[in-house]
Design a protein around this ligand. Structure first.
Ligand code: SAM
Length: 247
């Protein structure tokens, strides 16, 4: 997958050299480039913002540098390697909520282009113009407001990269974790069996795989009902058996 990120704070993305994302980059599974939006400014102060039309507090990101950045990173002409236009992802508290389902959707793309807003956000015409030639998705991390889109991009990219084939050592773990099937994962334990007087549940040490699977399913349902009743409500009825309903 190719990923381009445009930001006025490229330094924010230094952690993308670390851990499994760094390894995915080193292995060529992720071709990632970070671009400074100010590259596409032409005045001595390298200005990217201005006052909002209609008044109000704060500043708005001007359309010209963004337009040039998107033209450069998503040119209309097909490149010799058959490169097509990317999907533009714009973090915004006014976007659609980011979910594991969206992470899977983005992981299926060959090229993602992230536009990090700052100040009060980006002039709407940048998104409207981009939408005439490539898919554009405004994505919200949650119902709160951050200073800028950089942290949102780090989160989205981490969720997406771990879904790319070859990135995780054991891809099977993706199928068993929280949100894989609309539920939260059951509690996890490792050695020692007793720690500070607290025991690992007996069933997990029993070696009885059917009992372990049933215990995990029950705990998963209990935890989801307690922390995220909205998720339980959204489960298709046919995904629950009689034992699930009793849990
Ligand atoms: N004026 C905007 C509003 O009220 O919707 C908030 C702008 S916020 C201060 C600046 C930038 O931070 C946004 O353009 C966006 O890129 C990012 N941002 C803030 N909160 C976010 C969230 N919950 N999810 C994703 N991005 C967010």
């Amino acid at each position: 997958m190719r990923v381009d990120i445009v930001s006025i704070f490229p330094e924010y993305f230094a952690p993308l050299d670390l851990s499994l994302i760094g390894k995915a980059r080193a292995n060529g599974l992720l071709r990632l480039a970070v671009h400074d939006l100010r590259t596409w400014t032409h005045d001595v102060h390298r200005t990217v913002d201005d006052t909002p039309y209609g008044g109000g507090p704060g500043m708005v990101m001007r359309p010209e540098p963004w337009g040039e950045a998107l033209d450069a990173l998503a040119p209309d002409e097909l490149s010799p390697d058959g490169h097509t236009l990317p999907r533009l992802v714009v973090p915004s508290p006014a976007g659609v909520p980011f979910t594991q389902a969206m992470a899977y959707e983005l992981a299926a793309e060959s090229h993602l282009l992230f536009a990090c807003g700052r100040y009060e956000g980006i002039d709407q015409r940048v998104l409207d113009h981009a939408a005439t030639r490539m898919p554009v998705t405004e994505v919200s991390l949650g119902d709160y407001v951050l200073f800028g889109g950089e942290v949102a991009v780090l989160v989205i990219l981490e969720a997406v990269t771990r879904l790319l084939p070859g990135v995780l050592g054991n891809a099977g773990s993706l199928d068993e974790e929280s949100h894989a099937h609309g539920l939260l994962e059951a509690p996890l334990y490792t050695k020692p069996a007793t720690w500070r007087g607290l025991e690992v549940p007996e069933v997990l040490r029993s070696g009885d795989h059917a009992r372990i699977a049933r215990w995990r399913r029950d705990e998963s349902l209990r935890r989801t009902a307690s922390c995220r009743p909205d998720l339980v409500g959204a489960l298709p009825p046919e995904s629950l058996d009689a034992r699930d309903r009793a849990a």
